[in-house]
Write a protein that binds this ligand. Structure first.
Ligand SMILES: [Zn+2]
Length: 136
């Protein structure tokens, strides 16, 4: 997820985390099809639908939607909140990766509810993932 963000920088990357309840098994990269990817993201609907049915076939679901902020903090923007509510995707967590400090990416997770409230959820990542993200 973090390497995806670094590879896509300065554009925003996006994708989903597949798993069950509060545990993510795997990250799936989804193409950012927004015309202004440096500031916004929009998941390719075909790839998203495919990823969703693949998860379904394994008895898993989309537990989180992630995207990067290359020039701002790891916090949902007003646009992110509006999109989440308007698209009805309020069940998954929203994971934000900030690349403001490229050698120290920040990852935070949030819930965005139908009343536009943003609540942070503490997350843990495994050690391997951190090593993968370390860049010199
Ligand atoms: Zn955003």
């Amino acid at each position: 997820m973090i390497s995806h963000a670094l590879n896509t920088d300065p554009d925003e990357c996006c994708g989903i985390l597949i798993g069950d309840t509060d545990h993510a098994e795997e990250a799936k990269r989804i193409q950012n099809t927004h015309p202004t990817p440096i500031r916004r993201y929009e998941m390719d609907p075909v790839a998203l639908a495919r990823a969703e049915s693949e998860a379904d076939a394994k008895g898993l679901k989309i537990v989180a939607i992630y995207h990067s902020h290359t020039h701002s903090q790891a916090y949902p923007s007003q646009t992110d909140v509006n999109n989440a509510v308007q698209s009805w995707w309020t069940e998954p967590y929203y994971v934000l990766i900030s690349l403001v400090e490229k050698n120290r990416p920040v990852v935070r997770a949030f819930r965005i509810s139908e009343d536009f409230t943003v609540t942070e959820t503490p997350i843990t990542t495994d050690g391997d993932q951190y090593i993968e993200t370390t860049r010199t």
